[in-house]
Design a binder for this molecule. Sequence first.
Ligand code: NAD
Length: 296
Amino acid sequence: MLKKIGFIGLGNMGGPMAANLLKAGYEVAGFDLDPNALAAHDKAGGVATSDLKDVVEGAFAVVTMLPAGPHVRQVYMEEGGILDDVPPGTLLIDCSTIDVASARVVANAAAERGHFMVDAPVSGGVAGAQGGKLTFMVGGPEEAFNRAKPLLEVMGQTIVHAGGPGTGQAAKICNNMLLGISMIGVCEAFNLAESLGLEAQSLFDIASKSSGQCWSLTSYCPVPGPVETSPANNEYRPGFAGAMMLKDLKLAQLAAEDNGAKTPMGAKAEALYQAFCDAGGATEDFSAMVRWLKSV
Ligand code: NAD
């Protein structure tokens, strides 16, 4: 088995993802700007490296899990970036959630140098990363996808090839824009029901068997009671933080503007999540929107 993988970005998600690659028997050289993240990688049995050149030297694959597009462009393409350091044919997997435009710029630059690159953003959160149960939405050429799949299977449970470069990011932001919009709709329905004297449990029982049925209602109900595992039953601790939802809605709006798509509901959802985050919702679960909406 080819052994060495370079892993860049060992934060809340990257740390446990790298740990799962270690458990599967790979040698994982890790790099992060945060010394605490590097120390945790070392403790998990990985090799902690202090510069980008060491992390990729001799690696057959490099995985990145970074905050946003500028970090990804920097690590791959800017002065000292890895694209020029790795030999042609290296497998490059970017799992960060970033703007589609950056994903395509980096993918093109990688392809020009003969590398196999995929964008592979995830859903499933920190628990999914720890348990190796992430869903990967993968964009890139067929051959790059086929090469990436065995590694993604170590870190995740569901691996979907969405299409060419950037379509993994496109799938992620389309899904999350839909989620943001549907959550606001469910929250408004529960608030209206309350004002009309309709019990939350009654609305849940009826709507979950009617045309209003959706994941935000039946799997992640924003009011306490009906769904035991909802953050609503855990004081709205995330879960999926308001700040994360806002990030993804902003990426969706950026992509819509860049590509001439009309998404007025997505724009409205972004504005509402911005106001929710400004009022303290950034660190709460995104379903706490139900409480904030009562204050507007
Ligand atoms: P995080 O902030 O915990 O981790 C990011 C890590 O990248 C940090 O440790 C940081 O020090 C490091 N970093 C930043 N710039 C760097 C550079 N130039 N070189 C090396 N390391 C650098 O974030 P996270 O929660 O792990 O999220 C990572 C990505 O995954 C984001 O794009 C996020 O949107 C996405 N995501 C997160 C979740 C979640 O629940 N946390 C869920 C799905 C997707």
